[in-house]
Design a binder for this molecule. Structure first.
Ligand SMILES: Cc1ncc(C[n+]2csc(CCOP(=O)(O)OP(=O)(O)O)c2C)c(N)n1
Ligand SMILES: [Mg+2]
Length: 786
């Protein structure tokens, strides 16, 4: 044997092993390890089988330590099997696949222990993540931070039906704009989705689309067995038949087996001559092996296709495969969640020469010399780099982030001022901030930052307005040192980019601090990507502005209602809605620290364009810490308080005014400024859990301490320009009656006054609520303008 054929032989053996182990993992979880619910835990034997050869080619031969892979969710068992063969995954975790703390159903960066590069699950997102990670790598390279590390290829294993996800197309366009490099997408073209068989000719659509965006396209359709058969007499006719066979029929015949193929081939192309002889020379098993030797199942073809790439342009490989190849339900359209029965597994086990009790043995059933396999595995290039997950130093963040104060300002303005001040300086912190915005850079107040720090592109690009001496407030020059990434409107792209930037410390070993902006209502447009970014523990800051019905004249379609609840419910994201700019600056300072620490996370700032009178006060460290914890008394309640108002964000002026009126006839009224319902609530939950788990511990949460001095019958009116449930839980902290004001219906156009009145979050609505919660005569109301 030549060295090449030795290598292919070992690779094919390992690929068979990966297929066995992945199927056995799923089988074990369903049939052998008892599940306490008595239910099957599932798994995707067919989807995994589809990719076993391709993934083996990549991991055992093609990948380098610097390459990163997003494995499509249902190929998780193959990924874990390969890591098991590398000694990076434990048998226990595999035996506990889909169990508590076992190997994860879908590859997870945070929960799996075998070095998953990118989490996947919601299809489409991992694919786009590779594209943006490649752009981030370019960013790090252009800023001179690669430190002689070789550039990696960002690789996604993509399902053909997964390609329906719109976010992939959105990403493609963005990649084209930024001159994407070093990205490979490998489409598992098994022509099956979850429900059915995909449309005919889809590959042609993919091919033209990718070429349109400047990608190289490599179609791997026929394996070596097929190619050899095509070269035989009559081979041309066989090839033509394969090319013309509808996807459904091909899949059905793969399921039925060699004799079904023979019947169709003889009926449709048999010629009693060379073609019939070509078919007749093969047994049923051999015929099935030939017909299922599509490119994606042929090691030589896949390794050859990958290794032939000699450029850094993005490449789409369309690899023909059969879903469930090699398993009893291969090709069956219902196979997506299909599991082998115990009897089927027993039969398959014997064909694989696996002895009972030896299912997990590394080389069981392989005929190759174990020493050769061992040596081969020890030399795999993918494993030569040591620790795959990199880290980066924590950057210093000053205690106070400065800004130029003004008597009347909005939080959105304040956000721009804080960044402007950072941009003016030369701190390490500022050098690692990267901003991005989906076509709303200027309208979210990033303009001043961009003027100072410039836009990023790998090649210089002048601002022609500037060179033509046309006055413009904004300098729109691109350079490799720029720190703002201009994006098109698609919010999904924004959050996937944030996810890629926010993992740079782990992927490139270089910390970046992404600050991204968008209009608050459009968080919902990018929500799955935001969730995905948080799920894989990317670290970023989102400034979402403007928000709520405070955006009055823009009308209902631009007014966010649910986002405060999203902010509270989103794991991995600490949400804030400050009313004043000094609060915002304290929160941003904390945020930049929080984004860098192990147990930290990402930060969401819900901001507003409403200008409000700013408090003239000194930001003490106690006040700053209360703001970050989520609340402080803007007006301390007295010992006999009958009512308090708890407000969040832009409605501060209404709350302040209402408290003035309520105080005329009710005793000791307090005003609670809530800067983060999210942090307050999380602190409260954590304290209760701690007290339950460790009896005797007296720990009180921030909100419990703040409300402790209030009499039990003191009413609470809460108010927010957002869904009232955000603050509605406050009454439960100490069992107080509460009326929650907020917005529950799509807004109208109008003035802020019109809309606050319409939604019942104006001063009089607050006064009404306080009145209904307290005893005593009527409370003086604010006179309405006529
Ligand atoms: C956003 C999203 N929608 C739906 C699903 C459920 N789902 C999982 S796999 C799948 C079909 C996948 O088909 P394909 O991408 O061709 O992969 P294959 O199973 O053929 O390997 C669907 C609909 C999901 N995981 N994510
Ligand atoms: Mg498919």
């Amino acid at each position: 044997m030549t060295r090449d054929s030795d290598r292919l032989d070992l690779l094919s053996a390992l690929s068979r092993k990966a297929l066995w182990l992945s199927s056995w993992t799923i089988h074990h979880a369903n049939h052998i390890r008892p599940n306490s619910d008595g239910l099957k835990v599932g798994g995707h034997q067919a989807s995994s089988a589809s990719l076993a050869t391709i993934m083996s080619a990549l991991y055992f031969a093609v990948l380098r330590p610097e390459d990163r892979v997003a494995v499509k969710p249902h190929a998780s068992p193959v990924f874990h099997a390969i890591q098991y063969l590398f000694g990076r995954q434990s048998r226990d975790k595999l035996e506990n696949f889909r169990g508590f703390k076992g190997a994860q159903s879908y590859p997870s960066r945070t929960k799996d222990t075998d070095d998953v590069d990118f989490s996947t699950g919601s299809v489409g997102l991992g694919v786009a993540q590779t594209l943006f990670s490649s752009l981030v790598q370019d960013y790090v390279t252009s800023h001179g931070w690669m430190k002689h590390r070789p550039e990696g290829r960002m690789i996604a294993l993509v399902g053909d039906a997964e390609m329906d996800e719109g976010n992939i197309f959105e990403a493609l366009l963005e990649g084209w704009k930024h001159g994407l490099r070093n990205t490979w997408w490998v489409v598992d073209y098994n022509r099956q989705s979850l429900d059915a068989v995909v449309r005919e000719g889809l590959w042609e659509k993919f091919e033209t689309m990718f070429r349109n965006f400047g990608w190289d396209v490599v179609i791997v359709k026929y394996g070596r067995l097929m190619q050899a058969a095509f070269a035989e007499a009559g081979g041309e006719a066989l090839k033509r038949w394969i090319d013309n066979c509808p996807n459904q029929l091909y899949a059905a015949l793969c399921f039925q087996g060699g004799s079904a193929f023979r019947k169709h081939l003889e009926d449709e192309i048999g010629d009693q001559g060379v073609v019939s002889q070509l078919i007749g020379r093969r047994s049923d098993d051999e015929l099935l092996a030939l017909m299922s030797n599509l490119g994606g199942h042929d090691m030589a073809s896949m390794v050859g296709a990958f290794e032939a790439i000699d450029h850094d342009r993005p490449v789409c490989f369309i690899a023909y495969t059969i879903k469930g190849v090699g398993l009893p339900f291969q090709g069956h359209k219902d196979n997506h969640a299909g599991l082998m029965t115990v009897a089927q597994m027993e039969k398959w086990r014997s064909t694989q020469n696996i002895r009972p009790g030896h299912e997990w043995d590394q080389f069981e059933g392989l005929t190759q010399d174990p020493a050769a396999l061992e040596a081969f595995l020890g030399e795999v290039p993918f494993n030569r780099g040591g620790q795959r997950r990199l880290s980066a130093d924590v950057l210093d963040v000053p205690d106070r982030l400065a800004f130029t104060p003004a008597a009347v300002m909005s939080t959105q303005q304040g956000f721009g001022l804080v960044l402007n001040e950072l941009a003016r300086g030369d701190s390490a912190l500022a050098s690692r901030i990267v901003t991005a915005s989906p076509d709303v850079t200027v309208s979210t107040n990033l303009g001043a930052w961009v003027n100072r720090r410039g836009l990023f592109a790998r090649a210089e690009r002048a601002d022609l307005f500037r060179s033509e001496k046309i006055p413009s407030t904004f300098n729109w020059e691109f350079s490799p040192k720029g720190q703002h990434i201009e994006l098109g409107i698609a919010e999904m792209n924004l959050f996937i980019l944030a996810s890629a930037l926010g993992l740079s410390h782990a992927i490139n070993g270089e910390r970046l601090l992404p600050v991204v902006t968008l209009y608050d209502p459009f968080i919902e447009r990018g929500l799955d990507a935001l969730n995905y970014a948080c799920y894989q523990d990317a670290r970023f800051m989102v400034a979402a502005t403007p928000s709520g019905i405070t955006l009055a004249p823009e009308g209902g379609a631009h007014q966010s209602i649910a986002t405060p609840l999203i902010g509270m419910a989103q794991d991995g994201l600490s949400s804030f809605e400050p009313a004043f700019v000094d609060e915002l600056s304290a929160i941003m300072g904390w945020g930049f620290r929080h984004m860098q620490v192990e147990a930290g996370g990402s930060v969401y700032l819900r901001l507003s364009t409403r200008t409000v009178d700013q408090p003239q006060r000194i930001m003490t460290s106690d006040l700053a810490s209360d703001i970050v914890e989520g609340a402080y008394w803007l007006r301390q309640p007295g010992p006999n308080a009958e009512a308090i108002v708890a407000y969040t964000g832009a409605v501060a002026p209404e709350a302040i005014e209402a408290v003035g009126f309520i105080g005329e006839s009710r005793r000791d009224v307090g005003l609670l400024a809530i800067t983060s319902a999210d942090r307050l609530h999380a602190g409260w939950t954590a304290a209760r859990r701690l007290r339950r788990d460790r009896r005797g511990v007296q720990h009180l949460s921030h909100i419990e301490k703040l409300l402790a001095p209030l009499p039990r019958d003191c009413g609470i009116v809460s108010v927010i320009d957002g869904h009232p449930a955000t603050l509605g839980w406050l009454g439960s902290v100490r069992g107080q009656r509460l009326e929650a004001l907020g917005v529950e219906r799509f807004g109208q156009t109008g003035s802020i006054g019109d809309l606050y009145r319409h939604s019942g979050i104006d001063a009089n609505a607050i006064i009404d609520a306080a009145e209904s919660l307290t005893f005593g005569g009527p409370v003086l109301h604010r006179k309405m303008a006529v």
